[in-house]
Design a protein around this ligand. Structure first.
Ligand SMILES: Cc1cc2nc3c(=O)[nH]c(=O)nc-3n(C[C@H](O)[C@H](O)[C@H](O)COP(=O)(O)O)c2cc1C
Length: 166
């Protein structure tokens, strides 16, 4: 693995994000990953930032709530489709997805949360800010289309402590 510059891979990230990437969390020794297809990547507080939107109903939400870190592992070449499908439909409440799919983890020096090998890019993120969405601040069309059950997202803003290319 080599370290790469965030801005060098920003376009790659934004291009594949809608197809799904792995958002990995760890809390009290429990490691879980879910598929994430939304988010933003940019610059604020003089830091490179990835924002991960996690609905309150996700097991990931419970794990990330009291964490300092998350990692995002990104397949750029269409690999791990079956795994993205599974991690995007099954909950860590019901499955140990890492074991079920034989996902290979690797430790990184910047965070206690590992990355998932077999992906092309890995973002190590340190949470700097989190924000619950407020229904009353949201456009009515988006609210009706995207939140019929009012299962709102919390936005987790992580400073990108390192980006690795595998
Ligand atoms: C392509 C794709 C993208 C997704 N993007 C998100 C997302 O950005 N935020 C979110 O909360 N859930 C998203 N999901 C749904 C979660 O991945 C799914 O509910 C998962 O089972 C949650 O796992 P968990 O309960 O272990 O956290 C997405 C699912 C798919 C298939």
């Amino acid at each position: 693995m080599e370290k790469v510059d965030f801005n060098q891979v920003l376009n790659n990230y934004n291009e594949v994000l809608p197809k799904g990437v792995f958002l990995t969390t760890k809390n009290n020794g429990e490691i879980n990953t879910m598929t994430m297809g939304w988010g933003t990547a940019g610059f604020i507080w003089n830091q490179n930032i990835l924002m991960a939107p996690v609905r309150k109903s996700r097991h990931t939400h419970k794990l990330i709530e009291n964490s300092k870190y998350f990692t995002v592992s990104v397949p750029l070449n269409g690999q791990l489709k079956k795994e993205l499908q599974f991690c995007g439909t099954k909950s860590g409440r019901d499955y140990n997805k890492i074991e079920e799919l034989n996902l290979e983890l690797a430790e990184v020096e910047e965070s206690e949360v590992p990355i998932i090998k077999g992906n092309d890019l890995h973002f190590i993120c340190k949470i700097k800010y989190q924000q619950d969405m407020l229904k009353e601040n949201l456009d009515q069309d988006v609210l009706e289309k995207m939140y019929p059950d009012k299962d709102m997202h919390t936005f987790y803003y992580g400073e990108v402590a390192a980006v690795y290319r595998e």
